[in-house]
Design a protein around this ligand. Sequence first.
Ligand code: FHN
Length: 607
Amino acid sequence: MFKKHSLKLATVIGAFALLNLSCLAEEASKVAVKKPAKGEKMDDLWGDSVVKLRATDAKRGQLFDDGNYAMFIHWGLYSTLGNKVDGKTYYGIGEWIMNSNMAGIPIPEYKKLANDFNPVNFDAMAVAQLAKDAGMKYIIITSKHHDGFAMYHSKADKFNIVDATPFGRDPMKDLAKACKEVGIGFGFYYSHNQDWTFPGGGRGPKKGADGIPASFDDYFQKKCLPQVKEITSEYGQIEIVWFDTPGDMPKKYVEELIEVVRKNQPNALVSGRAGHGLGDYQSLGDMEVPHHNVEGLWESVDTTNDSWAYAWYDENWKTPKQVLGLLVSCVGRGGTYMLNIGPRGDGSVPQRAADALRGSGEWIRRYPQVVYGAGPSPWHHGLPWGDVTTRGNKLHLAVFEWPRGGELHLPGLKNKIKSAKLLTGKESSVEIEHKKASGWSVFSLPVAAPDKLVSVIEVELEGEPDVDPCFAIDPVVSTEILAEFSDVSGAQLKRNRWMEKFGEWKHVNQVVNWQPGGAATWEVDVLIPGDYKVALNYTGKGRLVWKVAIQGGEAIQNQQNASSVFHDYKIGWINFPKPGRYKVGASCIEGDAQSAALKGIKFTPLN
Ligand code: FHN
């Protein structure tokens, strides 16, 4: 039935890049990474300007800023296909199924799907309750994605769930009501630029059914503007209008949409992907969780498996511990995490996604202070065993990897510690002993982790947290330090983004363009002297010779293989003779150095 257009991987990547998808705009390998100096902001790395609402606007964005965690839902006509068309499975993001980069479904064929779209198993109350149980503070759902199909009753265009399907009801009314009932916020995703089925829409047909050419202005006036008016006036209070993929949409249109939102929903936020830096906050690249703290108001958007919309084959779910790892990283870097589910075409939510969300939600209920109203880590990056969030003069150490040997090592804390408690997830907590050693704080812990997922230590400090964020080699747990934290000379730090499958983005900051004598150098603090195993994580071609050298100390080198997939390669053992600060450099010294891309270095204690 549906015609598949031929496709090459390069075309796929090119097509995405050409779309100028907000922060996904640049051609991956050409974007240089700036290493932030102390106090410098990372804002411009992701393109959009950042508006700082934090502490300046108490009403707008409170759930976003304090809640730190939200549910994203991609649900539409495309969900009925679940990535299978005429018996063939297409791997990639399901909501793009009609696009020529996936199944390439002609518009009339795609529109016919509405005749059988009958999501009788959509239970708005169950979805809202799932978000609540997951600890999420609001839901953002696709009111209209790039396919142009409205999942609510639009008077502006008949291609909608009430007028074009046997279902004949507006599930968004139910969901808005259910969110209110369970006490969480509600908002809409709206594809304002791309509309693949309405004449004049971004990447849509260039002519109307009458054969008369249609402009973007036609689409904007007839569909986009009226629909944004509808979604902002007919569903009660809206937390966010999440515009997406502005592409080359002229500024005047974005301004007009934002005016509508401001008028109809004065307390709503507008996503950074509205375009032209006009949004209220920055939305990072899809599936991107930053490694440095990021200033201002921002979010990471991610999905429970690999696709945003339902894909029948996609059982690659994040576990509750992975969800928590990503959530705590976002909060620790100063942002909000919005995690997506893709209900099936019949409206039901895949059980494994629900289980993962509920599993992580139970943990959040035990340790709400780690997430809600929590501020970023004063270390500005994750730590070998986990991460840190803050509230006033309290640190929450979220320990993902419980250290063997009964001691947890925290480097660089300058404050005096008032108290340190192991939280139990209930009212009670257990006071734990701590001491200082060579500038590190060392906490005595029970041998077994008290929480089966992630244990939490609450450290109360005298005064505001004051930390030296230097990287430190943990004496118990492996310490991986990314290339983006190195000083690079005779080589270049570059940002690389690619799609693992169509629409599934990966992000890495890597050192490339190695010249003779080039090095990536990290400053590290060592508590326990002795030998450590060193591994480098890189891609490249053929066999490469790497040298790892401590300034004024031991240097080791080794030849190891390389491949196009990032992987840890063991280089050897290296000795730090006494506690203290060292500079450690890594260089690609032989082989096809031009192919080498270094992602990070790892130090592992011997036992
Ligand atoms: O093209 C869309 C994609 O389908 C999905 O909705 C994501 C979610 O952030 N946004 C766009 C790509 O960035």
